[in-house]
Design a protein around this ligand. Structure first.
Ligand SMILES: [Zn+2]
Length: 111
């Protein structure tokens, strides 16, 4: 189980990194165009930069989950210590919280 978990984490990390690089290439091209053209598509570039930031945050989450995995705690909720639903882990390999604790944490943040 631990092996499967980290394998999908590594895959997720690679795919996310590739996506960041693709988007960064996009932004660089946009910047080059901006220097030549009077009307650069600023909104579009900012959207791309926001996307990159989201993906970088995701990388951080994946790294955190990988560190957890190295300690042998992968798939265990860091809040309540219960095993995380394998279906949830399959969908969201970077998660370190079970559904219940995640909901509690989100409510706390919302307030
Ligand atoms: Zn929990």
């Amino acid at each position: 189980m631990t092996m499967n978990g980290t394998a999908s984490l590594e895959q997720e990390r690679e795919a996310t990194l590739a996506e960041i690089q693709r988007l960064q290439g996009f932004v660089v091209v946009a910047l080059d165009e901006a220097s030549d053209e009077a009307d650069p598509d600023v909104a579009e570039r900012e959207k791309t930069l926001a996307l990159i930031q989201n993906l970088e945050r995701k990388i951080e989450e994946i790294d955190y989950a990988l560190a957890t995995a190295r300690k042998g705690n992968y798939g265990i909720c860091e809040e309540c210590g219960q095993p995380i639903d394998p279906e949830r882990l399959a969908l969201l390999p970077e998660t370190t919280l079970c559904v219940k604790c995640k909901q509690v944490r989100e409510k706390r943040r919302a307030w």
